[in-house]
Design a protein around this ligand. Structure first.
Ligand SMILES: [Fe+2]
Length: 252
């Protein structure tokens, strides 16, 4: 078990609504979300686990979360979730409280541990890690010093090079990075929110964002702008030696 790679599916920002035909920026988000699930189901190599990093539902409705659950339960795997700025954390916690779902906390996958952070900040499209969440992270890292760790959150902890989007990132990213810099077992940070793909390195740690399962934002744009890229998602292969293979799949 410890010696095998983990195939992790990352989906993010589906922005579902109470009604299956509702649109956001012209896109029927429930349709594109199901198209992503269909693509995953057609893959001969199924996921060992699924990570969903927030903005699951756009209109803060119970019906929206029930649609999320109905669609993603088509995948036969544990599903790890964390909230984004558009989510309704209380409804989300009610709907996603039992297996196969896990909301926030630490998830175990062979030699890896996923630490799922909650950056939801009431009334703010940007995110924040309160002291309690920073303390949870410190403790989780202390408990898992001998594992490879992937830390995931909704908001970007580094600038994306887009002025409007970087105005709604993680407000206290320095607090997070101080902890990451002192934790050599952290291999990667992975987030949603920015509706675009990115993959870079900072002090040996892999930093990745993943496109939304609905519409994308135009990279490097100073003002809000929608990209013409299609829905997308990310595969990660978490190797037992702590390295990661990853690829984005676009629904062209
Ligand atoms: Fe989003």
């Amino acid at each position: 078990m410890q010696g095998r790679s983990v195939r992790l599916l990352h989906i993010t920002d589906p922005h579902l609504h109470a009604h299956t035909e509702s649109r956001m920026r012209g896109i029927v988000t429930y349709e594109t979300f199901n198209a992503v699930i269909d693509r995953v189901l057609a893959d001969p190599d199924p996921p060992d686990a699924v990570l969903a990093t927030g903005d699951l539902v756009q209109d803060e409705t119970l019906a929206g979360y029930l649609l999320f659950r109905k669609a993603i339960e088509r995948l036969d795997a544990p599903i790890f979730c964390l909230p984004g700025n558009h989510d309704a954390p209380d409804i989300m916690a009610n709907v996603l409280q039992a297996a196969p779902f896990q909301l926030c906390g630490v998830a175990s996958l062979a030699a890896w541990r996923l630490i799922l952070l909650n950056t939801f900040s009431t009334g703010d499209d940007g995110g924040r890690l309160p002291q309690s969440e920073l303390e949870f992270l410190r403790q989780a890292l202390a408990d898992h010093a001998d594992h490879h760790v992937l830390v995931s959150l909704h908001h970007q902890p580094v600038p994306m090079g887009s002025r409007w989007l970087d105005g709604v990132g993680l407000r206290n990213a320095d607090d997070l990075m101080d902890i990451i810099d002192r934790s050599p077992q952290v291999r990667a940070l992975l987030w949603g929110h920015v509706h675009q793909a990115s993959d870079r390195r900072r002090k040996g740690v892999r930093l990745m964002s993943t496109p939304s399962t609905c519409s994308q934002f135009l990279p490097n744009s100073d003002g809000f702008a929608v990209d013409s890229r299609p829905p997308g998602f990310r595969w990660l292969n978490l190797r037992p030696d702590g390295t990661i293979d990853s690829e984005i799949v676009w629904l062209e």
